[in-house]
Write a protein that binds this ligand. Structure first.
Ligand code: COA
Length: 372
């Protein structure tokens, strides 16, 4: 017991809820320019990367800084102990839970010394699609399909999911989605991966924690909700009435608005092009385009103070549906794409490491004695 005065804590320092506006690091990987609707990976425009690159080439660019458009990365086999774990999961487990569990189990089967390496980044990025495909098949009562080393990562993922090689257009469309999903600055899951890495923990722990973070609906996004909303609209002539009713009820239009972008999300622009070029595009793509025009007009009228434009989720929906993924696989597929960014950030963090440990303002009771 002390008879020292019960001094009040020092005056709190400025605090930004959600760390909004706080600069928490430096990166040379991705530049998100919300004002002008630009997204650059190591300086290269996202639209150019989608047009001329592939996901393995983009992942390699993020990991190494080198651009090699011919870089390849086939999917990797699922180690037997990880397959045993996947088989033990309930069939109705969420694909995000299955993927997080698989990555965690995979880490237990590997030697992953700190600091993380490009080889480790490649290995986990190549393993994860096989694990998700295996779980998707197991829950449907089908046996997993072994990777085909002749196929590149995204094509291989679709092959292992469906058991047949996808046509070139389908593989290309999903590859474009993977490219736009690969990296996006200090979003919550990437920040998580950096925090884990900063403790000198291993790359599998960083990715497993990142998947857990992305699982939250505020982050993982919901292109499947775009699908639901378009089903509610039904036809283009109902678009105006539906948009107004939805906004008047105080509901949000899925696929519009963004914390950072004030201009049209460049990822949405790239994916719209991809969706329009798809052979197996969903019937409702034209409806999506018509509804978008109406939604942008009405949002501008209702929110003149805030630019609310189309975001990536809006055109991710037709691309993901068009390549034959079921909506419950959308969030985990987004996670597969983000593996390149998470692991590149782990490498960047480790290369100039400082334990990430912010301060917190104490707002509890002043020092006091226990009740007698
Ligand atoms: C993405 C999102 C969470 C960003 O939110 P944010 O930066 O925190 O923006 P705010 O929540 O501060 O919104 C500012 C205003 O715009 C409105 N607004 C934002 N997005 C809207 C949308 N999609 N539909 C209708 N109104 C929207 C808000 O209601 C708010 O209006 P108010 O001040 O009258 O309440 C938000 O735009 C949203 O919920 N969009 C729909 C879901 C979605 O598409 N998510 C995927 C994002 S990639």
């Amino acid at each position: 017991m002390t008879d020292a005065p019960t001094a009040a804590p020092p005056a709190p320092r400025p605090y930004s809820p959600g760390l909004e506006g706080v600069v928490a690091g430096e990166t040379s990987l991705g530049y998100v320019d919300g004002e002008h609707g630009r997204l650059l990976y190591r300086g290269y425009r996202i639209g150019d990367l989608v047009e001329h690159g592939s996901y393995p080439a983009v992942a390699n660019l993020l990991w190494t800084g080198d651009w090699d458009a011919r870089h390849r990365l086939p999917t990797a086999p699922v180690p037997a102990p990880v397959l045993t774990v996947l088989r033990a999961l309930p069939r109705d487990a969420k694909p995000m839970d299955a993927l997080r569990t698989a990555v965690s189990a995979w880490g237990a089967t590997q030697q992953l010394p700190w600091p993380p390496t490009v080889e480790q980044a490649r290995a986990i990025t190549a393993f994860a699609p096989s694990a998700l495909a295996a779980f998707a098949r197991l829950r449907a009562g089908e046996e997993p399909v072994e990777p085909d080393p002749g196929l590149d990562l995204v094509e291989g993922f679709l092959y292992q999911l469906k058991g047949v090689r996808p046509d070139a257009g389908t593989a290309r469309a999903l590859d474009a989605y993977f490219i736009v999903g690969a990296e996006h600055g200090f979003n919550a899951s990437t920040f998580t991966a950096r925090v884990v890495t900063s403790t000198r923990s291993d790359i599998a722990s960083a990715v497993a924690a990142a998947i857990g973070t992305m699982k939250g609906p505020l982050h993982g996004g919901a292109p499947s909700e775009v699908v639901d909303q378009l089903a509610q609209v039904g036809s283009a002539d109902r678009a105006e009435a539906w948009v107004r009713e939805t906004l008047d009820k105080g509901d949000r239009l899925m696929g519009f608005g963004h914390r950072v972008y004030r201009a049209y999300d460049p990822r949405a622009a790239a994916l719209r092009k991809v969706a329009e070029g798809m052979e197996h595009r969903p019937d409702w793509l034209q409806l999506a385009i018509d509804v978008e025009d109406v939604a942008l007009r009405v949002l501008a009228e209702k929110h003149p103070e805030r630019a609310l434009k189309t975001n990536v989720e809006y055109y991710a929906a037709p691309v993901l549906m068009g390549v034959g993924l079921t909506p419950d696989l959308f969030p985990a597929t987004f996670s597969l794409a983000r593996h390149a960014g998470w692991t590149a950030h782990a490498l960047e963090q480790a290369a100039d490491n400082r334990l990430i440990r912010p301060d917190v303002n104490y707002v509890g009771p002043a020092e006091r004695d226990l009740p007698a």
